[in-house]
Design a protein around this ligand. Structure first.
Ligand code: ADP
Length: 231
């Protein structure tokens, strides 16, 4: 019998995706991508701009569907499942981080982490305690009552990390999570993200251009000409 603790959190098999198929402006972005991320593993996805990183992350996070191939998340094969089932699986298991923080401007840092938990049915006192714990872990607890505009770029991104983890997902998908920050801040903020992911035992697939950041992860995959390699 297989040991569920070693089963992949994310498994992609033979994923293909072409935009504008059959038209003169056809773009064959993914040409048979296989990928698996095991529990607690942090995988770097490295590729030049335009190579299809966002497309791959959106397919892995059930925000987009591939033309062919299968997506299995936390043991559930979601290929061809209804939008409702895919949305439920995404809400339960996936956290997203983008290059821009996308925090709600009219709410405080704390509220930005509490709100997704309330939407998920968590009681307010429990949601607040978790939000404070997450802010503490990334070193911005003292900024809890600040709105995003009153935070530095690095602090905004740290809060966005906490929000992505608010509902305790099993898989984190990040698209250039420190790409908007200056190199010194990026280095520190990335360190905070790695510590947070390690502390919570999360699995992560993190797209980056930065080979130094990639080297701090467990494994690097390169996306080139629509295919992944570990070279
Ligand atoms: P990356 O994140 O690596 O920069 P993307 O996944 O955003 O790459 O895009 C990969 C390629 O697919 C690019 O050539 C882009 O122009 C094209 N593309 C992305 N989304 C669409 C779309 N909705 N329609 C047509 N082409 C698209």
């Amino acid at each position: 019998m297989s040991d569920p603790s070693h089963d992949p959190i994310l498994a992609l098999a033979n994923i293909t995706k072409t935009y504008n198929a059959g038209k003169p402006n056809q773009v064959e972005v993914l040409r048979g991508v296989d990928l698996s991320v095991t529990p607690g593993e942090i995988v770097a996805l490295v590729a030049p701009s335009g190579a299809g990183k966002s497309t791959l992350l959106h397919i892995a996070g059930l925000l987009d569907t591939p033309d062919t191939g299968s997506v299995t998340l936390a043991g559930q094969n979601l290929t061809g499942q209804s939008d409702r089932k895919r949305t439920m699986a995404r809400r339960a298991d996936v956290g997203f981080i983008y290059q821009f923080h996308h925090l709600l401007p009219e709410f405080s840092a704390l509220e930005n982490i509490v709100l997704p938990q309330l939407s998920n049915g968590t009681a307010k006192n429990e949601a607040t305690a978790r939000a404070r714990m997450l802010l503490e872990r990334v070193g911005v607890a003292s900024r809890a009552s600040h709105r995003p505009a009153a935070l530095s770029g690095g602090e905004q991104q740290r809060v966005a990390f906490c929000r992505a983890l608010a509902n305790a997902p099993r898989l984190l998908l990040a698209d250039e999570p420190t790409g908007n920050l200056d190199p010194a801040t990026s280095d520190q903020v990335f360190g905070a993200l790695m510590a947070l992911v390690r502390d919570t035992g999360l699995s992560a697939l993190i797209a980056t251009h930065n080979l130094e950041l990639a080297a701090r992860m467990d494994r690097t995959l390169r996306l080139d000409a629509g295919q992944l390699s570990d070279k």
